[in-house]
Design a protein around this ligand. Structure first.
Ligand SMILES: [Zn+2]
Length: 217
């Protein structure tokens, strides 16, 4: 029969060795956790980015489809506004595309819905309700989720685009109030997609891109 103290000592030795082994496994994992790649840390926000990317592309296509009808009905200002909105949504898609790729995710093309193009006043109403949905529901939700996941880069991007979406709503509401009789001068910021009706400003109010870089529509 083994000496109880010897048995204790052997057991303790094994326990100590096991503890060292566990520590050796845990410590590097702890370090890896701190440097965890973004896609593991921000799962929901990355899915949201994919959704936002798809929505931006769908909106761009919708505006492109609305332009010919507005031109045909001699709403020159509305046609120009739709071109500006299309350009702006395209910039948002590019921003989401870049962020997805930084998370090692390849952006997926959305499944485009069929769009019925009515009269220009009808398309204005449809555009406004789509943009209001993005402004009041989609981007605030994306921002909240990014904050909950401590995904600052995503939260910053959603906040910036939210400001541009506010502007989309403002311009469309104005166009609707004026029954489509609006000006046709538009300038789009290439950094964030903000739309201006004049280039008489030094920089974009949202992302501070200099006015010299604005795209004239
Ligand atoms: Zn900007």
């Amino acid at each position: 029969m083994k000496n109880p103290s010897e048995l204790f000592s052997r057991t303790s030795g094994r326990r100590i060795a096991a503890c060292f082994w566990i520590l050796a496994m845990i410590v590097p994992q702890g370090c890896q956790k701190a440097e965890k790649p973004p896609e593991e840390a921000v799962l929901v926000s990355v899915e949201n980015l994919q959704t936002a990317y798809g929505v931006s592309l769908k909106r761009r296509r919708m505006y492109d489809l609305f332009v010919p009808k507005a031109e045909k009905e001699k709403f020159r200002g509305v046609a120009a506004l739709y071109r500006a909105l299309s350009r702006s949504e395209g910039i948002h898609a590019t921003l989401h595309d870049s962020l997805l790729r930084r998370n090692n995710v390849t952006p997926q093309e959305p499944r485009y819905d069929s769009v019925v193009v009515g009269t220009t006043m009808q398309t204005l109403k449809m555009a406004l309700s789509s943009e209001e949905l993005e402004q009041t529901s989609m981007y605030p939700n994306l921002f909240r989720t990014a904050m909950a996941e401590n995904y600052t880069e995503g939260a910053d991007q959603f906040t910036m685009i939210q400001a541009v979406e506010d502007r989309h709503v403002e311009l469309l509401r104005d166009a609707q109030d004026k029954a489509g009789r609006i000006g046709s001068a538009y300038f789009v910021c290439p950094g964030c997609g903000f739309i201006m009706t004049s280039a008489k400003t030094e920089e974009c109010p949202v992302c501070k891109t200099p006015a010299t870089a604005f795209t004239k529509i």
